[in-house]
Ligand binder design. Structure first.
Ligand code: PMP
Length: 384
């Protein structure tokens, strides 16, 4: 049986070298091999997100959600948090914070848009908040927050700026030091393109100081328990708090090595060009995207189809060997599906995805302009 092409929103399309690194046998967490993999991954992650010596990194078992929940370590009893939510994953902060003795308010955007910057600025000016959360790329719609515009405008209005970069980091540029972000978190399996199984985070020294005060976090995800462990790995010394995701870390080490070899700017360009070709191909087909301009991400796209037919398109595509993701945003759930174009994405994947969507739509009774998407996409790629 041939292998299918994974264009889900995460785990994203595999790279042979990255994924085979994870399958190495007999690697203990105290071995030189693992300590090096963890040290290289922590340093590689910091380099990717522009975190200098003022930042401290963590690689935790789990994924994006464990990193989100671990961010509670920076809060205290009665802390107030403003959640800026563009969809399902922005709302996940509400699910997490409602389990802790903190106060929060949620600002929401309609599907396909990002919360208005002046609304965020007004809210943070009018009430006192200890932290604000943003989602770099909202995976339920493909909306990218304009963080470069938002963060400088609110930086001095709140103590901690927390960014969920789960569906962006590795594919969209982000520089925590330049933007003065306190906490940036992500997961191993999306635009970094490693195995699933780890949440990654960098925290500013301003955030790290808050760990010293009594925290409301639980036990496993209390960052105070992981801090010395991570400090050791940063210096290539092993230690134990709880078992790390060994295979995932081996694959992260390889992924960061390949990211360094490609160069981050080139990697971001590749994402931008692939996303551009995908979006223009979709338009040429006569279909629409969920995300509106200027909020379209280079890692995830939502494609609108006729009501009730999205599941059929996803299963027709699966029959052709290409896996997309179903819609999840409650406002438009049965009217769209999602495509991940991140990590190790190449032009050939985009052309294949467009051709698959074309046929899957026709089989689902959705009229599309046949053949035009491929021409448009190939034209964009010919300039590479
Ligand atoms: N935040 C965002 C933006 C995500 O896309 C996801 C995963 N889809 C998560 C958080 C949760 O990550 P995980 O599934 O790895 O726990």
């Amino acid at each position: 049986m041939t292998e299918k092409i994974l264009m889900h929103v995460g785990p994203s399309i595999s790279n042979y070298y990255v994924h085979s690194a994870a399958s190495k046998t007999n690697v203990g967490f105290a071995s030189k091999e693992f300590v090096e993999a963890m040290g290289d991954s922590l340093h590689g992650f910091m380099e990717l997100v522009g975190a200098g010596s003022d930042y401290f990194p963590f690689i935790l078992p789990g994924g994006g959600t464990s990193a989100m929940e671990a961010a509670v370590s920076f809060l205290h009893k009665d802390s107030s948090v403003l959640i800026v939510s563009n969809g399902v994953f922005g709302d996940r902060w509400e699910g997490i914070l409602s389990r802790y003795p903190v106060n929060f308010k949620v600002l929401r955007a309609k599907a396909g848009r990002s919360v208005d910057i002046s609304q965020i600025e007004t809210e943070l000016s009018n009430a006192r908040y200890d932290a604000v959360t943003f989602t770099q790329v909202e995976t339920s719609t493909g909306v990218r927050m304009p963080l470069k515009e938002i963060v400088p405008r609110i930086r001095n209005l709140v103590d901690l700026v927390i960014i969920d970069g789960v569906a962006g980091v590795g594919g969209e540029p982000i520089d925590v030091e330049k933007l003065k972000i306190d906490i940036l978190l992500t997961a191993s399996q999306k635009a970094i393109g490693a195995q699933a199984g780890a949440g990654l985070m960098v925290a500013s020294s301003r955030a790290m100081e808050k760990l010293a005060v009594e925290s409301i976090s639980g036990y496993y995800l209390d960052l105070r328990n992981w801090k010395d462990n991570m400090k050791g790995f940063l210096e290539y010394k092993g230690s134990y708090f709880a078992t790390p995701p060994v295979g995932t870390v081996l694959s992260l080490q390889k992924a960061f090595k390949l990211i360094q070899e490609e160069g981050k700017e080139k990697r971001f360009d590749r994402h931008r060009i692939c996303a551009d070709a995908f979006r223009k191909g979709i338009a040429a087909m006569g279909l629409e995207l969920v995300s509106e301009e200027p909020f379209r991400s280079n890692t995830v796209s939502g494609v609108m189809v006729t009501p009730g037919s999205s599941q059929k398109v996803v299963s027709e595509a699966m029959n052709m060997g290409v896996e997309f993701a179903s819609g999840v945003h409650p406002e438009i759930k049965d009217r769209y599906f999602r495509v991940g174009h991140m990590g190790w994405i190449q032009p050939s994947h985009i052309v294949l995805a467009l051709k698959t969507i074309e046929t899957a739509c026709e089989k689902s009774g959705i009229p599309v302009n046949r053949g035009e998407a491929e021409v448009v996409a190939r034209d964009i790629f010919s300039n590479l």
